[in-house]
Design a protein around this ligand. Structure first.
Ligand code: ATP
Ligand code: MG
Length: 423
């Protein structure tokens, strides 16, 4: 099959030209260049993809070097970053990220270990990939421009909506593929091919051989999906979620909260917010276990812990009315993410209202007078000034002062009071 016409329609003109220039450099070096992986899949499906992966039969780093120094190319691309140990280079061009990698084969020292890279040709490179739909390439060289290279019949699987592994040991070689399979299945609305589904189930215990960081990375990819709750639910059904943490659940509660999170938050905030929502139903001990199992780094682990601490702290808070300043000082010390998570997940509408008030308004409140302004009113620096500033802040949160004059009046009144107390 030839896809020359499809490529021309799929990629913007400036990118087509860039790719053409890269291929000219490759030709001079005697290399072949192919479009591979996700972008080929998405081109055939007609879905957008801003990550172009180029596989090079030849040395990708030498080619990258030439790209970086070519007068024709270097102004059109962002900074070129190379990873010599992996034989890859990466750069941006407008909205697109372009990865150039040496086509290679891989061997595994033991199941679950990171692959050892050996130089190979395109066929080997495709053989090391996860699924047939991700193991296709398109030639970009002038002689056979647009030819689809599809040794595992990925195109046929796209048509029949199948996620299929390339060989029976695939899931046990690398159990992160279990998570990847479900991610694509749910994203694309595909089914696992029967044999692959059986091998997936059998390989679930192999997740135990995968490092914390790799599991966490796959979980993060899941949480960047448009509807991660579908993936989480399916992982739960299959018993995969329990293999990662017995406390995690993928039920309707998660679905409802994730949907509410999308309504209330910016897309960029969603992945880490979803993470907090996942742990919201857990106990402190279960969260600690998860943080350990996934080696979750500082910032996010603080947010996860805060999420459940705040959940506890908020219990019963809707029995009494709360002044804005009380809400502010209750929440002030918590990670914003934890507040956002509880604003989505709390069962009480009153509490959700309080948290939203903090997020939308209270956390931005400022007094008009600052320390300097108070000094001009004759209040000398020291603990008294601090007390007065705090009182002003409280009054402003509660709407008791509105103008600068209000604040000055209150400050002077307090100054008098303090003097009285002293005498
Ligand atoms: P996405 O749209 O999710 O980015 P993608 O196909 O581009 O999909 P990446 O995670 O960016 O996926 O990986 C790029 C390619 O590398 C994949 O298409 C796949 O062929 C290959 N790949 C990634 N991870 C694995 C893995 N664990 N085992 C085998 N191949 C993998
Ligand atoms: Mg990708």
């Amino acid at each position: 099959m030839n896809l020359a016409g499809e490529i021309e329609q799929y990629l913007p003109q400036y990118l087509l030209e860039l790719v053409k220039n890269i291929c000219e450099l490759a030709e001079q070096l005697g290399y072949q260049v192919y479009l591979v992986g996700g972008v080929v899949r998405d081109l055939l499906l007609g879905y957008a993809n801003f990550d172009l992966d180029l596989a090079v039969e030849g040395d990708a780093l030498t080619l990258a070097q030439q790209i970086a120094t070519s007068p024709l190319l270097r102004q059109r691309i962002g900074k070129l970053v190379t990873h010599p140990q992996f034989g890859t280079a990466k750069f941006k061009c407008d909205d697109f990220t372009i990865d150039v990698a040496t086509a290679r084969g891989e061997t595994y020292a033991k199941p679950g270990a990171l692959p050892r890279v050996t130089p190979g040709i395109l066929m080997n490179d495709l053989f090391r990939r996860d699924f047939s739909i991700n193991a296709m390439a398109i030639s970009l060289m002038p002689d056979n421009y647009g030819d689809l290279i599809d040794p595992y019949h990925g195109e046929n699987d796209l048509e029949h909506r199948f996620i299929r592994i390339l060989h029976p040991k695939s899931f046990s070689d690398d159990a992160t593929r279990i998570l990847r399979a479900i991610r694509y299945e749910q994203r694309l609305g595909f089914n696992l091919e029967t044999g692959s589904a059986r091998l997936l189930r059998e390989s679930i215990p192999m997740l135990g051989t995968i490092s914390s960081d790799r599991i966490r990375h796959e979980l993060e990819l899941i949480l960047r999906e448009e509807y991660p709750e579908r993936v989480i639910r399916r992982l739960d059904e299959l018993g995969v979620l329990a293999e990662i943490s017995s406390a995690l659940k993928g039920n309707g509660w998660i679905g409802e909260k994730f949907a509410r999170a999308r309504l209330l938050n910016k897309p960029s905030q969603l992945p880490s917010l979803y993470f907090c929502l996942l742990v919201h139903p857990l106990s402190e001990e279960e969260v600690e276990q998860l943080i350990h199992r996934l080696n979750i780094p500082g910032g996010l682990s603080r947010a996860l812990r805060d999420t459940i601490h705040l959940k506890k702290e908020l219990l019963d808070r809707d029995r009494y009315s709360m002044r804005p300043s009380e809400i502010y000082y209750l929440l002030d010390e918590y990670e914003l993410l934890a507040i956002r998570a509880n604003a989505v997940a709390s069962e009480s509408m009153t509490i959700r209202g309080h948290l939203q008030l903090f997020l939308k308004k209270l956390r931005y409140v400022k007094t008009l007078l600052n320390g300097e302004g108070l000094k001009e009113l004759g209040i000398s620096p020291g603990p008294d000034l601090g007390r007065i500033l705090q009182a002003l802040y409280r009054a402003r949160l509660d709407g008791e002062v509105n103008t600068k004059e209000d604040e000055e009046k209150l400050a002077l009144l307090m100054k008098l009071q303090i003097k009285k107390e002293e005498n």
